[in-house]
Ligand binder design. Structure first.
Ligand code: PLP
Length: 382
């Protein structure tokens, strides 16, 4: 029988942290402030310090973090927000939810992130057509690798656009000396359990150095509150994080840097073992990924996935259907062929098991499976 390994292993982490996590959850159960309890301020203080951003505002999910960011800029109908089609659906969904129009821009084939040159073309095209008002750029740091903010920021300044960083996968990553979650005018992250820093349910956070935006986000998070919850000065959301989730994150944040090192170590082992068999991830100089995923490309993806599954090694495909081809956004009128790089990557990419509790011996096991696949393929071709 083959030993099955989990794609993401939350059990091993819990075994290691059980006494601390249980104690902190017990404290919440005892004090009874289940919503906006003291853990929220404590976590926000630590998050702001960790990312070196003045304001860290916890919230109910990564999706709501994006919504809070867009609502803080009053983005709405008639507005254009530039983003990547190669992302989790929530990115584009948040733009559509506030009534604005996502304008997709193809990706760089090496980083899988929004291509700054195509971004500039898209901004000029939208501005010339005058049908929509260009408002902001929503870059995604896919798989944990920051987008190219050195080229995105000057474009944003030139065209007076905001930058909303989708850091849902990149908490812990670095762009030069700057931490992810400090790379946008507003940044949004997710603490969904499978993200690099995850809680035990849904959770997220919004970051900004701008006092006025922070104040607005705090208001929108609780029903557009003014002086208090019953003084409603704008239309908002119920987008708070639960105290219990904050308690869990406070414990996990304590070992997060160590976990990041372990992810980095596994990524290096994968790269060493697999680079001659599949296309392994590219990390530009000066950047460091949080390794939310280790994603590789191959023309033989489906056979490889089948062979790995037989050996008890699970893989995932992020993302088979790029956002511009999703049925939900069909009304935008995009069609196959619109974003050739994204579509090619979608057809060849898959992600290997990646978490801090995985022994790097997995890399050699995967190598042997993929070698067999490639031998088989060359025999049938040759
Ligand atoms: C997970 C994710 C989100 C949404 O986060 P949730 O906490 O699941 O709402 C948004 N954007 C990207 C790129 C994500 O991976």
């Amino acid at each position: 029988m083959v030993m099955k390994i989990p794609f993401v292993d939350l059990r091993s982490q819990y075994e290691q942290l059980k006494p601390q996590i249980n104690a902190r959850i017990d404290q919440v159960l005892e004090h009874g402030a289940y919503v906006m309890g003291p853990e929220i301020a404590e976590l926000e203080c630590q998050l702001s310090e960790y990312c070196n951003v003045k304001h860290a505002i916890t919230c109910s999910s990564g999706t709501d973090a994006l919504l809070l960011g867009l609502m803080a800029y009053d983005v709405g109908p008639g507005d254009a927000v530039f983003t990547t089609p190669f992302t989790f659906f929530a990115t584009a969904e948040a733009i559509a939810l506030v009534g604005a129009t996502p304008i997709f821009v193809d990706i760089d084939h090496r980083t899988f992130n929004i291509d700054p040159e195509r971004l500039e073309e898209a901004i000029r095209r939208v501005n010339q057509s005058r049908k929509l008002r260009s408002r902001g750029i929503l870059p995604v740091n896919l798989f944990g690798l920051p987008a190219n903010y050195d080229q995105i920021d000057p474009l944003a300044r030139e065209h007076a656009l905001f930058v909303l960083e989708d850091a849902a996968q990149s908490f812990g990553a670095k762009h030069g000396n700057q931490a992810s979650c400090s790379l946008g005018d507003i940044s949004a992250t997710s603490f969904f359990p499978a993200k690099p820093l995850g809680c035990y349910g849904d959770g997220g956070a919004v970051f900004t150095n701008d006092d006025a935006l922070a104040e607005k986000i705090l208001s929108i998070r609780i029903h557009g509150m003014g002086q208090n919850k019953y003084d409603n000065v704008r239309i908002g959301l119920n987008a708070r994080m639960d105290s219990i989730q904050a308690a869990v994150l406070l414990v996990k944040l304590g070992i997060f840097d160590d976990e990041l090192k372990k992810r980095r170590h596994l990524a290096e082992a994968y790269d060493q073992c697999l680079r001659d068999l599949v296309e392994t991830p590219f990390t530009p100089d000066g950047m460091s990924s949080s390794w939310a995923q280790f994603s590789v490309l191959s023309d033989h993806r489906e056979i490889m996935i089948g062979a790995l599954a037989e050996q008890g090694i699970p893989v995932q495909v992020y993302y088979r259907i790029p956002c511009h081809l999703s049925r939900a956004l069909g009304h935008l009128g995009y069609k196959p062929g619109d974003f050739p790089v994204t579509e090619e990557v979608s057809s060849r990419i898959f992600s290997l098991p990646m978490h801090p509790y995985l022994d790097d011996g997995i890399a050699a096991r995967i190598r042997s499976v993929l070698q067999d696949v490639l031998h088989g393929v060359s025999r049938t071709v040759g």
